[in-house]
Design a protein around this ligand. Sequence first.
Ligand code: AMP
Ligand code: GLY
Length: 421
Amino acid sequence: MPCAVKICVVGKGGREHALIRALRESESQPEVFCFPGSDAIHELEGAGKVEARDLDSLITWMEFTGIDLCVAGEESYLVTGEGLANRCAQSGIPCWGPPFAAAQLEASKEFAKEFMQKHQIPTGRATGCANYEEAQRAIDGQYPTVLKFDGLAAGKGVAVCPDQESADEFLREVMLERRFGEGRLLVEECLEGPEISIFAAVSGSEYLILTPARDYKRIGEGDEGPNTGGMGAVASRQLADPELMKRIESEIVAPTVRGLEKDGLNYKGFLYFGLMLTQQGPKIIEYNCRFGDPECQAVMPLVSGDLATFCLEGAKGNLQPNLLSFSEGWSVCCILASAGYPESSRAGDLISGFDDVTDARVYHAGTKKQEGQWATNGGRVLAVVAGGDTREEAVEKAHSEASKIHFEGSQRRRDIGRLHF
Ligand code: AMP
Ligand code: GLY
């Protein structure tokens, strides 16, 4: 029997838990490792631990262990040092994740905007600004306006401002008080319409569009309150009718992939398109160089086939769409978040009820093993994902299964999947 393919997944959250489950369910039965991983990923999925503490030691470990494929779950290492994919390439390890220069599509909003303008990909008009005065001039009294800090801001760098007062407050904090440190800012046209998340697997000039999803970013029901990492998601091919999907493919996905090729960016990996469906058609709000979290948890159960071989071949520049197939049904993911989220998170609350969940997948996002029991260890704690032939069936199942899990201070939006666009 040939040796199993060895895969190292980079990341530690619910998205990586879902990816690892899907990789392990692949017909090729790979051996999976995860860095830095989590108690749940190692214990429940049997993913091997990686003896490394940073990018350098991770590369050394992968070389020593004979890793056949590195899969970038989260984005941070793609733009650390020379970049995860670049370092893998130097070591001859195929990497499912884009090189440093291509990952600027997510890391720099201004780079992404220039890329879209250059390749005529529909997006909101925007102006890059270096300081407070330039930003004021770019806004030019037009409200609502969208202000985007171009740097790391822990998900708090975007403000949709209905009026001068809110815009001024954000500008002062970001450009004068430098709450997020030095960096430029984009003043962007405010777009209106429902949002949808589109995912493509990209390898050079080839791509495969996966099942679309919608995430629920706000903490509160009815999409109220502050933004979070995502409180749930719904995924189905039926979220977008064939005509809309064709338009998204021809106006957004295909020109992006052609642009990446033209610019020599050698993109390999999942590419996430955050879209707004405006009256003028689909427009890009943002690119992410990875799968969405929690969209990945909702999408993965709808995917069958050999994800491991698909990613390995894709990373080698040989995308094989026929290795995957997609169910027609619906999938709903409910997040259970800890007390205090999203302003803070509480660790150490004991979690019960796992054994009562019989008809859903449970992925761990922020848990740890504490004296033999699972406890909270982060903002988003668990993702409970259920499927069904209809939206209603999947929604009811996801909520009823999620309600069986308990911990103190647990927060769950009851309208996940129920609230349409
Ligand atoms: P981001 O942090 O880039 O994911 O943006 C957070 C949210 O801000 C998005 O999900 C949108 O709801 C909103 N947003 C971003 N850009 C725009 C825009 N140009 N027009 C309207 N809303 C936007
Ligand atoms: N669900 C949004 C994201 O992954 O960025």
